[in-house]
Design a protein around this ligand. Sequence first.
Ligand SMILES: *Cc1c(COP(=O)(O)O)cnc(C)c1O
Length: 384
Amino acid sequence: MFINNAQDEVKKREKAFEIIIKKINNNEELYDLTGLSGGFLLNDKDISLLETYVGSAIFENKLQSLGKEHLSGEKILPVNRTSSGILATILALVPKNTHIIHYLPQLPAHPSIPRSAKLVGAKYLEFDNINEFHIPENTSLIIVTGSTMDHQIIDLNEFTKIIGMAHSQNIPVFVDDASGARLRTIIFKQPKAYDLGADIVVTSTDKLMPGPRGGLMTGKKELIDQIKLKTQEFGLEAQAPLTAAMVKALEYFNPDNILNSIQNKEELANLLSIDFYHFKQSPTGIMISENGILNELKMRNIETQLSPQELSFLWAMILLGEENILTIPAVGMPGASATLRFDLADNSAQKLKIDTLFNKIQNSFHKLEKLATQTELAKKTLLQ
Ligand SMILES: *Cc1c(COP(=O)(O)O)cnc(C)c1O
């Protein structure tokens, strides 16, 4: 093993960035299938407004109505990242030594939740089995993840049951709906989290929408005001340029892009099922877990010293370097999921034909088969 800690993951990310810079300087086309391709759709007029104080007043005001249309709720709050919204909420609502109880359809939780809990000295419990879920005494906040980092979607009955249990004890419910605010509602036709009874909701403005990496929050006005204060005290709020780009993303957001990806992912899944056994469909694409990758190699009698996580990073780095396909394991932050996902809902994916993508996945896998048995070369590919 040569990826042993967060520092190593940072190095891997820097290596991926070097490759990206070279490709952009060569005018090569990159296909961003992270599902996080984002967007910053400002025009000259927007930018000239940003240069004045009025700009931030205007964009924040516009964000109120667009944000409520997207998320419902009494008051909208833009923050620097979804993680910033999570931290600010926990800082505002969770006293030391009280419990935070987190329910999600499948572990692992986004790391910002347990990290924030630790920072305030809270006791943190997480569940992904509704039969084990319970609310201990002295609980200050219930968190529900609507759609996980791997796009596992919460069951609607479980969702409403948890909200009911929390509210019967007057405990506020905070929904981490980073991708869920779109996946749950558009593909699974679930209601918006606020309309289901959540008190606070955060979503990510670059997940399945053409926006900047940022967090958009909604909720009960009284709670949002407390959280807003924390964002300003600790510098977690969205600055005016981010708010402006969020406004644009909400204006341009089109649910049809997400719906169109369903047919494409089914076609791709069918092509892959001939040679591969461990790809699964995600709501808007296909994915293979780190252990699934190891199993594909084992089935082909390939022995490797690399860990499943390293295999996923390596495949992602080959996809980037050789096939110009960008996925999260190549560029993810430390602690991000190592599931290799190919998300087909973004504009970038719509430029790529499905059989071309299929060939790129196959070619890169053949390279992975070779590199998996050459540990030194694999290490070089990822870190140097
Ligand atoms: C992406 C994501 C986050 C964090 O988003 P950042 O932009 O990295 O802060 C939090 N929770 C879930 C479930 C996510 O998918």
